[in-house]
Design a protein. Sequence first.
Length: 255
Amino acid sequence: MVELKTDTSIDAMHEAGRIVGRALTAVRAAADVGVSLLELDEVAREVLREAGATSPFLGYRPSFAPTPFPAVICASVNDAIVHGIPTRHRLRDGDLVSIDCGAELNGWAGDSAISFVVGTPRAADLRLIDTAERALNAGIEAAVVGNRIGDIAHAIGSVCRAAGYGIPDGFGGHGIGRRMHEDPPVPNEGRPGRGLPLRHGMVLAIEPMLTAGGKDDYHAAPDGWTLRTNDGSRAAHAEHTVAITEAGPRILTAR
């Protein structure tokens, strides 16, 4: 069931989203060669604490997970696509890092992700990240009243495929509101004009995930959470929480 949010509720979600944006900005600023993923997680925890917010990630355990998630960010490095658990791994020059973060404030959730390179970047990695951001922007531009979920999916998928990148099977965006994951699912590839009509008050987490090797397959790491490319190629992830309004898409997690 898809819940339509009131304008007041969307404003409240924007407050949660602003905290997510601050956390991601702080993590990006702290990320450097030699810094551990656990240290980045602590940076995000401090932002949430100062804002009086909690994490929808911490303790989250979907049906596929062997254990509750132990952190407030997902930190996925190089060939890790999503759901990376922060560890003592210290970042190396040239690492491609994707950080996913959420916040809950006054009963409402926000969710967003960024990808970046630590130290000296490879041109191929910058192109991958740029394409993820362009795919996200294309999906947001399609998130207008009168369109359908398939229009968002088609917009994202078209950008990714035109650049020659893979799109992990079965993973995409989702509705968001009182809970981090709500209906409807938002695929990263699909046919335009298909799926649920978009209406004022729907709030979606739109999140393209791209693999540089052009393949859509992946596997779960031994931790049961981290998803990695089968061919070892690098991956990027970009995400915003977006409200669909009569005035156009409203990004609630802007940084």
